[in-house]
Design a binder for this molecule. Structure first.
Ligand code: SF4
Length: 251
């Protein structure tokens, strides 16, 4: 059974050619963009924070930030690209550090919910496909409500409409709602750079419609044969620029 993820569909919608390079031709590239690099370091740090919490090991803010900095140094490599030349590596590192500090101060002592899983892989059977994804943090409140948490290090805040229309966390809800004790679910986005939290809910009807929508999006990908390039500002953050004549001309 073929496997699809949020990233498959998002990549295809942003640029079919980029999708072909990545998922059909499976061209390996070392390139990592600094924004994604910083996001990975922040995610790893929050994962450690909550894993320590599960094991009753309280993490101080200092130990969290020490982990972040050492994880940054350990993973940094020459292929990390900074597109916005007006900002330095240290600038990005500081944004990640500040995001973690804000988060820590806002939620300490992290006892708002009971943690059920970190980096939880979920699978949803859809027609002839399987959809897979990873939930950053799955928690349960004392009233029994499940919370699906997602960490974002984007430099842009979403509009309310974006949050209510977002389907990534909604489809993750489909992955847990068959569990015995799951009745009510909140979807929660942490925009860490801005120290902002957004919440939303999805009705059963919305989730049923979403299933159909995702199947249709996947069928669109499967029915495509030409994989045309789609130029946009995102070309600046495309690892395949050197292969793509459309992308090359845009810089
Ligand atoms: S450079 Fe732009 S047009 Fe070319 S593959 Fe990448 S995203 Fe698509």
């Amino acid at each position: 059974m073929e496997i699809y993820s949020y990233s498959h569909i998002n990549t295809f919608e942003n640029c079919p050619l980029r999708y072909r390079y990545r998922y059909i031709d499976r061209i390996k590239v070392d390139t990592k963009f600094v924004e994604a690099f910083m996001g990975s370091r922040v995610h790893k740090s929050l994962e450690k924070l909550y894993r320590d919490d599960i094991w009753d090991k309280e993490s101080s803010l200092k130990s969290l930030l020490d982990f972040y900095h050492s994880n940054w140094e350990k993973n940094w490599h020459d292929s990390v690209i900074i597109v916005r030349k007006e900002y330095s590596r240290e600038h990005y590192r500081e944004i990640g550090r500040r995001s973690l500090e804000q988060y820590y101060k806002r939620y300490f002592p992290f006892d708002q919910t009971e943690i059920r899983a970190l980096e939880k892989r979920i699978e949803i059977p859809l027609d002839d496909f399987r959809f897979v994804g990873y939930i950053d943090r799955l928690s349960r409140r004392v009233d029994g409500t499940y919370e699906i948490h997602d960490y974002k290090t984007s430099s842009r805040l979403p509009l309310k409409h974006d949050i209510d229309e977002d389907w990534q966390l909604a489809i993750y809800q489909l992955g847990i709602q068959e569990w015995d004790d799951v009745n009510d679910v909140d979807l929660i986005w942490h925009y860490l750079v801005f120290d902002k939290e957004f919440r939303s809910k999805r009705s059963p009807e919305t989730l049923e419609n979403l299933k159909r929508e995702i199947v249709s999006k996947i069928n669109d990908i499967k029915d495509t044969s030409d994989f045309e390039p789609k130029k946009s500002p995102l070309c600046g953050w495309c690892a395949y620029q050197n292969l793509c004549s459309a992308g090359k001309r845009s810089f």
